[in-house]
Design a protein. Structure first.
Lengths: 156, 156
């Protein structure tokens, strides 16, 4: 199939300069604030985004290491398939985080619950809609009982 | 910023051959079944995916029309910014749908709640985790009170 080309639409600024400093997931560090800077040429696309309390960020894992299809994760020492985990090193380096939208100032969104590295290229923003995206009945799969912990050292 | 290149990891098969036939969102047609065919070279990455009841599909809106940053949507006749809607015609044509995982057969996943066109290129699969992705407190923004309806004719 044909290659798909994408161009960043902005940059995510976060308090996390290194992989070690970034939380495993944004929801594990809901107080972590960041800003989403959308490039001026795309600012019009933000119209009415301030009516939403939560948004979905899609971004590039631009500093991800080597891709392995099966490997341990930050949450578990057992290996799991990369499509059964949120591991950053994956074919097509796209990350997804739901963040809280605190405020919009023109082309800049103040958000909390961010988990990405500072300077991460932004690919897309979508509104989070309970009717589409909220599934409290979902199983936790292999992650059941795997709690927030320190990132194992040396693990990508 | 640098261009990002992606390669499809599979194909989504759905009952929807045309844009008119596809539901506005998968959650509006939860009984709509489809199959997610992951190319053989990526099959190992599916290990343990069957432990999850819900998965997130990221895919290419490969038949999307012209991009407009502000436009009416299927749910509302008022225009909204493209990043404040799930409109398919957006900079970086990535779509996101949470589907129910019914069964895995090797490299093929049977799912329900699919809303994409038949033959849609698959970019990524992520497990849906309540702790990360479920936010029942989220506002509905401009979409509050906008109910499922027939797609307005002639609207992309």
């Amino acid at each position: 199939m044909e290659e798909i080309k994408m161009t960043p639409i902005g940059i995510i600024h976060s308090p996390y300069a290194t992989k070690e400093a970034a939380p495993i997931q944004g929801s594990f560090c809901p107080e972590g604030k960041g800003t989403v800077e959308v490039f001026a040429e795309f600012e019009k696309g933000l119209e009415d985004i301030e009516t939403f309390s939560h948004i979905i960020l899609l971004y590039e894992f631009d500093r991800a290491g080597e891709i392995e299809l099966v490997r341990p994760t930050f949450l578990d020492d057992e290996p799991h398939g990369v499509f059964a985990s949120r591991h950053p090193c994956r074919p097509n380096s796209i990350g997804l985080t739901v963040v809280k939208l605190l405020k919009r100032k023109g082309n800049v969104l103040e958000v909390s619950g961010v988990d990405v590295l500072d300077g991460t290229p932004l690919i897309d923003i979508k509104p989070y809609l309970v009717r589409f995206d909220c599934h409290p009945e979902a199983s936790e799969g292999w992650a059941a009982g795997k709690e927030k912990r320190a990132k194992p050292t040396g693990r990508e």
